[in-house]
Ligand binder design. Structure first.
Ligand SMILES: [Zn+2]
Length: 239
């Protein structure tokens, strides 16, 4: 692989990362950063789709629209559980792709798939497994890779109750249309909607405008940090 990845978003199913941070991924890719989504599962079966290949093709179309790369692991949809095997699979990708930043999904999402919360346990463990020394034999000889920049994206599949030490938004006003197109690539998921999935455009509009209104721009995505960062915000504001 020619160049290490700048940022990897980890998604339980193809479409979750796009909903949470698709605008930011498009923005960063346009700036020339190397970005990828790792899907833990292929997301299938789902109620309105009969062919897993269709979802894979949609996911690859969405990645193309955002200008990013994509890896789909073969962990089991609907039965995703945090275990050593799942952690190793994701950690292996981290060791291979060497990201500077990783972003996982945030929140329990009690009314949506239980895979979402399990994905976070796997994600947190994998960032740790990625850096462990004296374990190369467990990772096909891949050297440890340390990831200090761990963040979480928000999909509004639960109430907004987060109170982590670091929250920030990214202004995606210029990239909102790209995000919308990426999600509309998932025809099999959003052609029809159910009680827990509002029409996708309303969902993206509502969430984007809400965080945009808090941040003072038209559309924004919110992120949570896993630690308080050393950053001179005064410099950034005054610049
Ligand atoms: Zn999902």
């Amino acid at each position: 692989m020619s160049k290490n990845f700048d940022l990897i978003a980890v998604s339980p199913h193809p479409d979750d990362a796009e909903i949470g941070c698709g605008g930011t991924l498009a923005l960063l890719s346009e700036k020339g950063y190397r970005i990828a989504i790792i899907d833990l599962t292929n997301g299938e079966p789902t109620p309105f789709n009969d062919d897993p290949q269709v979802r894979l093709a949609e996911a690859s179309k969405a990645a193309k629209i955002l200008g990013i790369e994509r890896v789909t692991l073969d962990l089991p949809n609907r039965k995703l559980l945090d275990n050593v095997e799942a952690r190793m699979k994701l950690a292996k990708e981290f060791r291979r792709m060497k990201p500077k930043i990783v972003i996982g999904m945030q929140g329990m999402t009690p009314r949506a798939s239980p895979d979402h919360y399990q994905s976070q346990l796997i994600f947190n463990a994998a960032t740790f497994y990625s850096r462990l020394t004296k374990w190369e034999h467990m990772f096909d000889g891949l050297a440890p890779w340390r990831i200090d920049n761990v963040f979480y994206y928000y999909t509004a599949r639960e109430l907004f109750t987060q109170s982590q030490p670091l929250q920030f938004t990214v202004d995606i006003s210029e990239h909102f249309e790209t995000k919308k197109s990426a999600l509309l690539a998932y025809e099999s998921q959003f052609r029809a909607h159910s009680s827990y999935n509002p029409p996708i455009i309303d969902w993206l509009e509502g969430m984007g405008r809400f965080f945009g209104s808090l941040a003072g721009c038209k559309y924004a995505e919110i992120f949570y940090g896993s630690k308080i960062m050393t950053m001179n915000l005064f410099d950034y504001i005054l610049d």
